[in-house]
Design a protein around this ligand. Sequence first.
Ligand code: GAL
Length: 794
Amino acid sequence: MENNYRRHSCFNHNWLFKLGDDPEGFKPELNDETWQQLNVPHDWSIEYPINKDNPTGRGGGYALAGIGWYRKHFNYEENMKNKKVSLMFDGVYMDSSVYLNGELVGGCGYGYSSFTVDLTEGLREGDNVIAVRVNNSLQPNSRWYSGSGIYRNVWLDIYEKVHVDQWGIFCFTNRIYMNDDKAILQINTRIVNESGIPVNTGVMHRIYDHEGVQVSYTGAPLFLKPGTSGDTMVAPTIKNPHLWTDSDPYLYTLESTVVVDGEPVDFVRTKIGIRTAVFDSDKGFLLNGKSVKIKGMCLHHDCGLTGAVGYRETWERRLLALKEMGCNGIRCAHNPPTPEFLDLCDEMGFLVMDEAFDEWLLTKNKLNNYYSETFAYGYSQFFSNHGEEDLLRMIRRDRNHPSVILWSIGNEIPEQSAAEGVKILKFLRDICHREDPSRMVTSACDNIAAAAPYTTNREFENELDVVGYNYTGRWNERAETLYDEDKRLYPKRRFCGAENPAGLSSFRGDYSPERNYVAATLEHEWLWRYTVSRDFVAGDYLWTGIDYLGEAGWPSKGAPCGPLDTAGFPKDTYYYFKSIWNQNQITLHLLPHWNWEGEEGVFKQVVAYTNCEHVKLYINGRLVGTKGYMCPNYGCRFEWNDPRREDITTHDLHLVWDIPYQPGELKAIGYIAGKKVAETIVKTTKKPNALKAMADREKLRVGGVAHIDISTIDIDGLHVPDATPMINCKVEGPAHLVGMDSGDLMDHTLYSSPSRKMLSGLLMAMVQADGPGDIRVIVSSKGMKDIIINLKAE
Ligand code: GAL
């Protein structure tokens, strides 16, 4: 953000890096000429081969961790004189110490927090050196893959001595008056006076709609003695507000100008949305007073091939796919995400549960989810001294995002069944309420129905605004009744499924006999029927939306439990969710592929995920049978006595036919109200004959990335779904290949390698623009013609 009063600029370029500790790393005079030059965000863990013996272990995806140093030289600029200068780190994993010209100026233990360091006092004329020591050597310490280094953006801020405090603007919707078509907002601003003299200051707030039309102008004065800070509050009325919803995520822009004696001295721009978000004990989640079922997914922070670095374009690609699937909610499991992630959630309309911690004082064993009775590292190292600070950092940073609808103070916290737990819970919950009166607080509890001594304390549950239920169906006595018993016992309780299974873990396109792909969605089918038929249940966040690194079982380096793989490609379960969650589109998806040479006559189970009323399946033109769902039956418009009701064959939310394999063509035709609305064909293909490649954009911003999806087709032009050729990728022009990913978590080839094997007919290559100009990406594979993709960076 460039303006006359505050310079907020990207500080990502021209860092120097060295892996390993260096006792002299902080010294400005150190000779760092041999250090590696790079730009952040940077994750060194993803650059090295995984190893079964790395101490990060299965929790951390067997990645290399350790200690690393970053240094950056920068010149003192005239415009820093008499100003405040600070650096904002969006995230450094972990235990960072930041030095300016040899002096320690700050740092942060928690690797998932954003934090600032004040440079004002230590700056000098000429060359200045920032040095950052990152200590990720105490392992294992995170569930799950954390990455190592300055893995998010860094920002430099230059501003006046009278200024808005860090994250000092807080705007929320106080109330919406539906009948009068107006909304009352509340804007709190914390202003700091470091000028050394008393000031008559104040703030003016202007709100603009999406078209740039000013819809509100308010302000408040404030007298501040030197060395103090103070708060202002205004409550503007917005007439005819365009409300933010998950299906129409409309954003306004708030521009706040701080003045001293009437003259502007600071300026901050904030995207806001007008909406109320509450949970109700009878009606579930209410967005602007209306019940909205949360169809949510948990996401861990890694992005596959870039490790802990998550480029905006990658999150955009992933979130768009989830949105298209009908998903409207994200739980940031189990830590605060990168800020751009929440910007995208605001823009795309996701209902976000923002989660602070995976542990408090009791340490978890990083191999699984349980309390560790033996010594282990984790956030518990920092909780007693920094828990409050880290929670404040999350809330103050994220509270303006309309997408954030719920704070989670912890995931499966072992203290849920310890005497101390309620005390800590109340402490954290009260901080949330104090900092943000507009949102409710939850914690994801996994032991509500567990047997003693692990049972969650009832008081622990009852002190939460919303009780987050994890895997209640795991416990035998609750497997079928889920939350019903608690609803009877605690009628005023607010219920939300905080974590439940999204499907059986499996790799994309794996139809091997050990994988019961027919049963992949059963657990969720039950949960969905339950959730959709009970208003009091706000909805669910499922584990997980996307495969992630860590929580692995060697030789796998990650957990394949999402409907999207790490490369962002949909698995079959993606279409299951789409068929039940996205009623704006017709889905008729068939699996498996039909390339079973040598298995002629062997029975294959053919599955369809659909939201059609009924489906006719044909093999080589011959009708195999007609099937349909009983409940829920979205498209159902049959009268009770309509003979087509006989096509309803199952209570499942998927259809299955057993067919002896014969090569050729499977064809499914879907009908609604007697009309054909969908046709899906799966054919036996021939061998790969040609490459196909497509980029998700032609134009890149410098520093931005493009994803190129690569596949093969046979001589008839059909996509070959089981192809696994080796693919090579070369980049020419002002760009480089970041790496490739097929979604195969068993593939140990370095992600940055220019050659990689496809998995089940697909592979993704990522290219990053280093400067402006024309870029050529050459995709090749033995025996097939090269494909050239032209991109442009601006
Ligand atoms: C949950 C836990 C997650 C993950 C999941 C299973 O209990 O909160 O972090 O471990 O189980 O994959």
